[in-house]
Design a protein around this ligand. Structure first.
Ligand SMILES: Cc1cc2nc3c(=O)[nH]c(=O)nc-3n(C[C@H](O)[C@H](O)[C@H](O)COP(=O)(O)O)c2cc1C
Length: 335
C-alpha cells in the first residue's frame, strides 16, 4: 500500500489516509456568521471525497475578529444548531473534520466592516502589509491581549459541542496570531514583542487555553505561518528559523498536529508544492508532532514524494480537490 493511503491516528481519531482538505473560506454564510444551505452544498462533495481529514474554513472567534463580513462565526451558542448540521455532514461520511478558529486582527479585506468608524486592532499600530484597505489599526493593550485566549477557548468549546472532533487554531496568513509572530506587524517592546519567544507567546497561550477548554479528547491543531517570504525569495520579516523554534516548542507541549503554510507571504506560490523546502526543515524540528504540508499539491506523484522524502506526514490538497472531488479515488487506483 502507498504511504499516502496508510491510516494515521491522532489523539484517538483515525484518519483513513494522509490526504487533508485544507480550510477554504466559502463565503456562503449569512452576515451574522451562520452556515447556510449553500455552505452545506459547498461541503457535500468534499465530505464524501475520501480524504483522511478535513479542516473547515476559518471561523472568527468574535465578530470584531472577522476579516470580511460574510465570515462564519463561532462566537455564540445560537450558532450551535446550524453548526451541528455541518458537523454531521462530515461525521455521517466518517470524515473527521476540524473547525478552524481565527481572529483577523488588523487584516481586514472588506470595507463593510469599517462602517460606524470601527477601527481594527493589531499588535502594533502598523498598516497590514497584505490588506488593500488603507487602515491604520490601533495597538492592543496588554489587558486586551489577555482576553484573546479565552475567545479562542470559548469558540473551541462550542465547536466540540457542535459535534466536531477538534479544532485548528489559525496562526498563519497574516491574521492576528501571525501578526504577533511577524516582525513586520509586531513592534511591541513588552513581553509579546521582540524575540521569537515573545512574538509566539500569544500562540502558546491560545493553545493552552483551548486545550484546557476542550479537555483531553478533542484534537487541537495549529496552522502555523512558517515565514513572511516564500522559499524562493530573500528572507525578510519572520524567518523559517522562527518557525523551527515554534515547532520545537510545540513538540514539547504535546501539540496534536502542525499544519504548515505561509505567514505574511500568504499561501499562493508558483509551481508545485512550493512550501516543501520549508516543511522539511520545520518537520525536523517538530519531532513526533505530525505535520501537514499544503500549497500547490495537485498530483499523486508530488503528494507521494513529500511523504517518501519525510518532508511531511500528511498533504493538504485544496483547490485540486475542490475542482475534482474524485481525486482521492483516482489516486487510490494509481497506487
Ligand atoms: C478560496 C480559498 C479560501 C481559503 N480560505 C482559507 C481559510 O479559511 N483558512 C486558511 O487557513 N487557508 C485558507 N486558504 C488557503 C488554503 O487552505 C490552502 O493553503 C491554499 O489554497 C493552498 O493549497 P492548494 O494549492 O492545495 O489550494 C484558502 C484558499 C482558497 C483558494
Amino acid at each position: 500500500m502507498s504511504i499516502l493511503f496508510e491510516p494515521l491516528e491522532i489523539r484517538g481519531v483515525r484518519l483513513e489516509n494522509r490526504i487533508v482538505i485544507p480550510p477554504m473560506a466559502s463565503m456562503t454564510c449569512t452576515k451574522t456568521g451562520l452556515p447556510t444551505a449553500d455552505t452545506l452544498e459547498t461541503y457535500m462533495p468534499l465530505a464524501g471525497c475520501g480524504a483522511g481529514l478535513a479542516m473547515i474554513e476559518h471561523h472568527a472567534v468574535i465578530p470584531e475578529g472577522r476579516t470580511r463580513l460574510r465570515q462564519l462565526l463561532m462566537d455564540r451558542d445560537e450558532i450551535l444548531p446550524y453548526q451541528k448540521d455541518l458537523a454531521s455532514l462530515f461525521s455521517g461520511r466518517n470524515m473527521p473534520a476540524l473547525i478552524q478558529l481565527n481572529h483577523a486582527g488588523s487584516f481586514i479585506v472588506d470595507e463593510d466592516l469599517l462602517e460606524n468608524g470601527w477601527i481594527p486592532k493589531g499588535p502594533s499600530p502598523i498598516r497590514h502589509p497584505r490588506s488593500n484597505l488603507f487602515i491604520m489599526p490601533t495597538g492592543l493593550s496588554t489587558d486586551e491581549i489577555s482576553a484573546i485566549p479565552k475567545m479562542f477557548a470559548d469558540a473551541a468549546n462550542r465547536a466540540v459541542r457542535a459535534g466536531y472532533p477538534g479544532v485548528e487554531i489559525h496562526a498563519a496568513h497574516g491574521y492576528l496570531l501571525g501578526q504577533f509572530l511577524s516582525p513586520m506587524t509586531n513592534r511591541r517592546s513588552d513581553s509579546y514583542g521582540g524575540c521569537v519567544r515573545n512574538r509566539a507567546r500569544l500562540i502558546f497561550e491560545v493553545h493552552e487555553a483551548v486545550r484546557d477548554a476542550v479537555g483531553c479528547d478533542p484534537v487541537v491543531a495549529v496552522r502555523l505561518g512558517m515565514a513572511d517570504t516564500l522559499p524562493d525569495k530573500d528572507p525578510s520579516g519572520q524567518t523559517i528559523e522562527d518557525a523551527r523554534w515554534v515547532a520545537g516548542e510545540f513538540a514539547s507541549r504535546g501539540l496534536d498536529l502542525l499544519d504548515l503554510s505561509g505567514n505574511m507571504c500568504g499561501f499562493d506560490g508558483q509551481g508545485e508544492a512550493w512550501f516543501a523546502p520549508y516543511c522539511r526543515t520545520v518537520k525536523d524540528a517538530a519531532g513526533k508532532t505530525p505535520v501537514v504540508c499544503t500549497g500547490g499539491i495537485k498530483t499523486y506523484e508530488t503528494a507521494l514524494r513529500l511523504l517518501d522524502r519525510h518532508e511531511s506526514d500528511l498533504v493538504g490538497v485544496g483547490r485540486a480537490l475542490k475542482t475534482d472531488p474524485n481525486l482521492v479515488r483516482t489516486w487510490k487506483k494509481q497506487q
